[in-house]
Design a protein around this ligand. Structure first.
Ligand SMILES: Nc1ncnc2c1ncn2[C@@H]1O[C@H](COP(=O)(O)OP(=O)(O)OP(=O)(O)O)[C@@H](O)[C@H]1O
Ligand SMILES: [Mg+2]
Length: 220
């Protein structure tokens, strides 16, 4: 499903990732961890083709992202939900519309969009914030809205970059349970986090990055 073969990514001649070889199967629930600057976000960016490898190949659903034409990138992204580390909510539209936009690009009719957006907001306890603008939300609420936007279209792959960084432990727990349900319905789930409580003693596969390299892999 997702295959990194000997991948390196450089910024200003410094390797953010070096010689990464990694296969993630369809339906996996996997964690990427490691200290700040280890390359976690860069690894996710290579999956949704926000970055291309400088060396080696990244293949997602059979497509070599390094060879993907710019016009084909939106089609790849339609199958991938992303929770960005910095949320990236559109500031000038409400929470409802931030989430609905992810469905409007799929051409879904407005009644179904309304139902889906309301369902996803209800599942994370955010229905009462539907008509707020992002700037009126707390950091944790913005994170929840970003999570709702990433999951509403039921993507084949969900990439979550530090998705619980702004949440209290109880809310983080709710989100992890929701992710687990989504994964059980077939979505491949890749979570980048420093927060080892998310994967300790879960039995999930964990990739430890250090200075852009895979330091070790465990089943925690
Ligand atoms: N656009 C960029 N331009 C220059 N350097 C970059 C860029 N993006 C990332 N880097 C560098 O690449 C390295 C890896 O960054 P990355 O964001 O992948 O780390 P991370 O593991 O996600 O860290 P954090 O836990 O702080 O989010 C860092 O040294 C960073 O400074
Ligand atoms: Mg990061």
């Amino acid at each position: 499903m997702i295959q990194f073969s000997d991948v390196s990514k450089f910024y200003d001649n410094e390797a953010a990732l070096s010689d990464i070889t990694l296969t993630i199967e369809k339906g996996e629930h996997i964690y990427i961890t490691g200290p700040s600057g280890a390359g976690k976000t860069t690894l996710l960016k290579l999956i949704y083709a926000a970055e291309r490898p400088d060396k080696g190949t990244v293949s997602v659903a059979g497509q070599d992202t390094g060879k993907l034409k710019q016009g084909a990138v939106p089609f790849l992204r339609r199958t991938i939900g992303v929770v960005f580390q910095d949320f990236r909510l559109l500031p000038n539209v409400t929470v409802f519309d931030n989430i609905a936009l992810a469905l409007r690009i799929h051409g879904i009719d407005s009644k179904e969009i309304k139902e889906n957006v309301n369902d996803v907001l209800a599942s994370i306890g955010m229905k009462h914030k539907a008509h707020e603008f992002p700037r009126h939300l707390s950091g944790g609420e913005q994170q929840m809205a970003a999570i709702a936007r990433a999951i509403v279209s039921k993507p084949n792959v969900l990439l979550a970059d530090e998705p619980t960084g702004n949440l209290d432990p109880g809310t983080a727990d709710t989100i992890i349970k929701l992710f687990r349900e989504i994964n059980l319905r077939g979505t491949t789930l890749i979570i980048a986090t420093h927060h080892d409580a998310l994967f300790k003693n879960t039995g999930h596969r964990v990739i430890y990055l250090k200075e852009g390299k895979i330091e070790k892999e465990t089943k925690d």
